[in-house]
Design a protein around this ligand. Structure first.
Ligand SMILES: Nc1ncnc2c1ncn2[C@@H]1O[C@H](COP(=O)(O)OP(=O)(O)OP(=O)(O)O)[C@@H](O)[C@H]1O
Ligand SMILES: [Mg+2]
Length: 259
């Protein structure tokens, strides 16, 4: 059963069309990886899934909230959509003057009105899940980039979303901390979280994704299981993109390497 359904999403900024008639289904408990060149619309698509960007057209369903953006949903309706998902960005957005645990419990206590003791117990369990029990009282500046990012993931989970959206969660990290974050994400997938992940970590996509969609120019050019899209891509643009990601030195300087 689909947890997420996107139908005919069209998004333009002024006269610059960024998403063209996007259709996407995400099964409950599945992992969808979005890949594609810079500017292809990956972040915008994630932002349309949680209402941070409002498409001009298209119907978006997440869990039990369905919005038809052509009908200009109200702020309250968009907020209901946003409440279905948690988002993890490229750079963590932790509160600098709060500890790791406080960053995680902030939303549950102040937004969701969860009793503080309960929220803290859950926060500690989430820290354990991301391998940071020992860092509960550390401030963000005392944590590595990868540790901060894992706190960011725990913070997103603390709000008990139905869906987690990841926008290049490892691309700003030192190489040696990337693995820790990917392992946490793989474990979340195993636990049955529904995830939509923008990433250039092709190995992660091969191993963890159920579904891969390749975007280019605001269109899903090719999508399917990773064995197909990553292993045996049919579309020349997908092949060219994968070649560049997997072997950056393969591109000709004039870019005409897609013959
Ligand atoms: N708020 C905005 N106003 C105007 N143009 C925007 C805005 N947000 C995104 N765009 C444009 O929309 C296009 C798609 O942007 P988007 O961020 O979705 O791409 P992306 O695939 O995530 O790229 P990257 O891999 O570089 O993160 C780009 O051309 C971008 O400049
Ligand atoms: Mg982006």
């Amino acid at each position: 059963m689909s947890l997420v359904s996107v139908r005919g999403v069209h998004k333009a900024f002024g006269d610059h069309v960024v998403l063209r008639s996007i259709d996407l289904e995400v099964a409950a408990g599945s992992v969808t990886v979005l890949i594609g060149p810079s500017g292809s619309g990956k972040t915008t698509l994630l932002r349309c899934l949680n209402g941070l960007d409002r498409p001009q057209e298209g119907v978006v369903t997440v869990n039990d909230v369905t919005l038809d953006f052509a009908k200009r949903p109200s702020g309250a309706e968009v907020a209901a959509l946003r409440a279905q998902s948690g988002m993890v960005f490229q750079a963590h957005h932790l509160f600098p003057h709060r500890t790791a645990l406080e960053n995680i419990t902030e939303g549950p206590i102040h937004v969701q009105r969860e009793p503080a003791a309960e929220a803290r117990a859950r926060g500690m369990a989430l820290l354990a899940q991301v391998g940071l029990t020992a860092k509960a009282d550390a401030y963000p500046h005392e944590l590595s980039g990868g540790q901060q990012q894992r706190v960011g993931i725990a913070r997103a989970l603390a709000l008990r979303p139905k869906l987690i959206l990841f926008d290049e969660p490892t691309s700003a990290l030192d190489p040696e901390t990337v693995g820790d974050v990917l392992v946490v994400m793989r474990d979340l997938a195993k636990q049955g979280w529904t995830m939509v992940v923008v990433t250039h970590e092709i190995r992660f996509a091969e191993q963890v994704a159920d579904h891969v969609a390749f975007l280019d120019g605001g269109v899903i050019v090719e999508d399917g299981p990773p064995s197909q899209v990553l292993g045996h891509p049919v579309e020349p643009r997908t092949r060219q993109f994968l070649r560049r990601v997997l072997d950056p030195l393969s591109a000709d300087l004039d870019g005409s390497d897609d013959a």
